[in-house]
Design a protein around this ligand. Structure first.
Ligand SMILES: [Zn+2]
Ligand SMILES: [Zn+2]
Length: 574
């Protein structure tokens, strides 16, 4: 097909959705088609049908779809009156609902391929033969129009591409993503769990996960200390009054957990740390000489998410932010903003994110105030200072001001949003914050909100997928496993393990009676960076046989050389 007639991927995928609905009409005439849009990487179509679609059904549908694609039916559209549309779909309440809701004056169109006609706005390939390659992937439940009051439908997902080569490449990317899925690795490596009896979206960190979290926290603390931040700690539950003053009840209530009544007072779980830090600032008088003040907290917050959207560690109801709030004079704003950008870069580098993108999010035009310009200028200048290119999102700002989002791409190129830095003139005014300036007048400080890793839960989930569970040695929960070939070298293995522990490493001594091959396979599946084996010769020479993750060749070196090597690797965060 010549390029100028080649459909776009969304057109091709939406056409594939029609082809799927055609196949369903042929094989499962009882199923009522509803809607079938194109989505990222593919398409879906929702059907109302009592019996569930099985894996077998998907295969039969794929075969029928293949015939429809090969027949190369032209996509034929025609405009109709509302009455004609209503008549055409009189047995399908979903299509009827759509037909009745199309606004007066807008065209109503029907599109046909072969014997199948759908009510649709358009955006198709010219014929079904344009679909180069496709595959049906899964079936899931979905409420009609996403509303849980409505009937539950069956959503068949598929993917479609211009060529078989594109489809194959996509499927192998998908497989790689599944291999790295943090929910799967979290269980296999015993890092964390979500417990049904405790409720969805609330994370239990197991010992190995908590070790990694501790390392992340220490890394962050170190940077904060060097930059003059002061740690603070605030309550998880406070009077609702606080969030009335802050504006969260007005602007953020749908993301908050509901009120909790105690002794005629209403409390709320903390959705953000800012109001708490503001109370600490407000509790004392401040002179311009005290500023900037930088309060930091690993602050745990709770936000309401619908049960349908929660996902492992990356979308949860309770999480801990590496949060901090800076209070400064307008003159200090740019410098303070710059140092948060510097700190963000230190974090991204240490955790192996080389592809970082910055987005300046402005408030929607009708929400902008004169201070937005001051804030935006500070953000732009900070980025220019480090020659960091950035994009602009015209409406993505927070309810109290513009912000900078820090996005990364992981090892397999998937984008993630991590940190956010926001400039805020609103909350200091709402809480009537003050400092006494050099001229003796009381003035309002500016606030910067910043969380660079974002949520530790989400950050950990991203790291698990970024590294595929194979954490670099400085982060790995177990850095070294020591094991003996046979009983005779057991006490030597213990000595080696003790020496490494004494040097501050995280060591596991494997004294099980399993065969060596079995033990090595086991620790490899646990993705441990180093397995040290001690046999007869090693005991005599005072050496260890090093089996290093990702390195085919084994080598025998002295215990002291190994200690030196690992120390250097941990110090340089490899
Ligand atoms: Zn269509
Ligand atoms: Zn904040």
């Amino acid at each position: 097909m010549p390029d100028d007639r080649r459909p776009s991927l969304p057109e091709l995928r939406h056409t594939a959705a029609h082809v799927l609905a055609y196949a369903v009409q042929d094989l499962f005439p009882d199923a009522k088609p509803t809607i079938g849009p194109s989505i990222e990487n593919g398409f879906y179509y929702d059907f109302d049908r009592v019996a569930p679609f099985t894996a077998d059904d998907l295969q039969r549908l794929e075969s029928r779809m293949r015939e429809i694609v090969e027949a190369n039916y032209p996509m034929v559209g025609r405009g109709v009156t509302r009455q004609e549309a209503v008549d055409a779909f009189k047995d399908n309440p979903y299509k009827l609902e759509i037909a009745r809701e199309i606004p007066e004056g807008e065209p109503i169109t029907l599109y046909s391929i072969g014997d199948f006609t759908d009510l649709c706005r358009g955006g198709h390939a010219e014929s079904t033969g344009a679909i180069g390659a496709f595959k049906l992937t899964t079936v899931a439940g979905a409420y009609w129009r996403g509303n849980e009051q409505n009937p539950m439908l069956q959503r068949i997902y598929g993917t479609a591409w211009h060529s078989q080569a594109d489809l194959t490449a996509y499927l192998s990317r998908l497989e790689e993503a599944q291999r790295r899925d943090h929910r799967k690795l979290g269980a296999e490596l015993d890092l964390f769990s979500i417990e049904e009896d405790a409720g969805g979206g609330l994370v239990f960190w197991h010992p190995h996960g908590a070790i990694v979290r501790g390392i992340i926290e220490n890394f962050i603390r170190e940077g904060l200390r060097e930059r003059g931040y002061q740690p603070v700690v605030t309550p998880h539950i406070v009077s609702e009054r606080l969030y009335e003053i802050s504006g969260h009840i007005e602007n953020f209530a749908e993301n908050m957990f509901g009120p909790i009544e105690v002794e005629n007072q209403t409390f709320r779980l903390k959705p953000m740390n800012c109001p708490g830090h503001i109370l600490i600032y407000r509790s004392r008088l401040h002179s311009y000489r005290d500023l900037p003040l930088r309060y930091s907290e690993f602050g745990t917050v709770y936000r309401f998410e619908r049960s349908g959207v929660m996902h492992g560690l990356t979308r949860v109801r309770g999480f801990t932010q590496d949060d901090a709030h800076l209070f400064c004079t307008p003159e200090q704003l740019q410098h303070e903003f710059e140092q948060t950008v510097e700190e963000a870069r230190r974090l991204m580098t240490a955790f192996g994110f080389s592809d970082v993108r910055y987005v300046l999010s402005r408030r929607a035009e009708n929400a902008r105030t004169p201070t937005d310009a001051i804030a935006e200028e500070a953000i732009r200048k900070a980025l220019d200072r480090y020659e960091l290119p950035f994009e602009v999102d015209e409406e993505g700002g927070a309810f109290y001001g513009p912000k900078l989002d820090i996005n990364v791409r992981d090892a397999i190129g998937r984008p993630w949003q991590l940190g956010t830095v926001q400039v805020d003139f609103v909350l200091p005014a709402r809480f009537a914050l003050k400092y006494r300036d050099a001229d003796g007048l009381d003035k309002t400080p500016v606030m910067i909100h910043r969380a660079l890793a974002g949520s530790l839960e989400r950050f950990f989930g991203i790291l698990i997928e970024h590294y595929g569970g194979a954490f670099p040695a400085w982060l790995a929960p177990i850095q070294v496993v020591v094991t003996a070939i046979s009983q005779e070298q057991r006490s030597y293995a213990r000595e080696v393990a003790a020496r490494l522990e004494g040097a501050g490493f995280r060591v596991e001594l494997d004294e099980s009676n399993e065969k060596l091959g079995y033990k090595i396979r086991h620790w490899k599946t646990q993705k441990v960076p180093y397995i040290l084996v001690t046999g007869k010769q090693e005991v005599v020479d005072g050496t260890v046989n090093v089996n290093q993750r990702g390195v085919e060749e084994k080598r025998t070196i002295s215990v002291e050389s190994f200690v030196e090597e690992l120390r250097r690797i941990v110090e340089t965060k490899q």
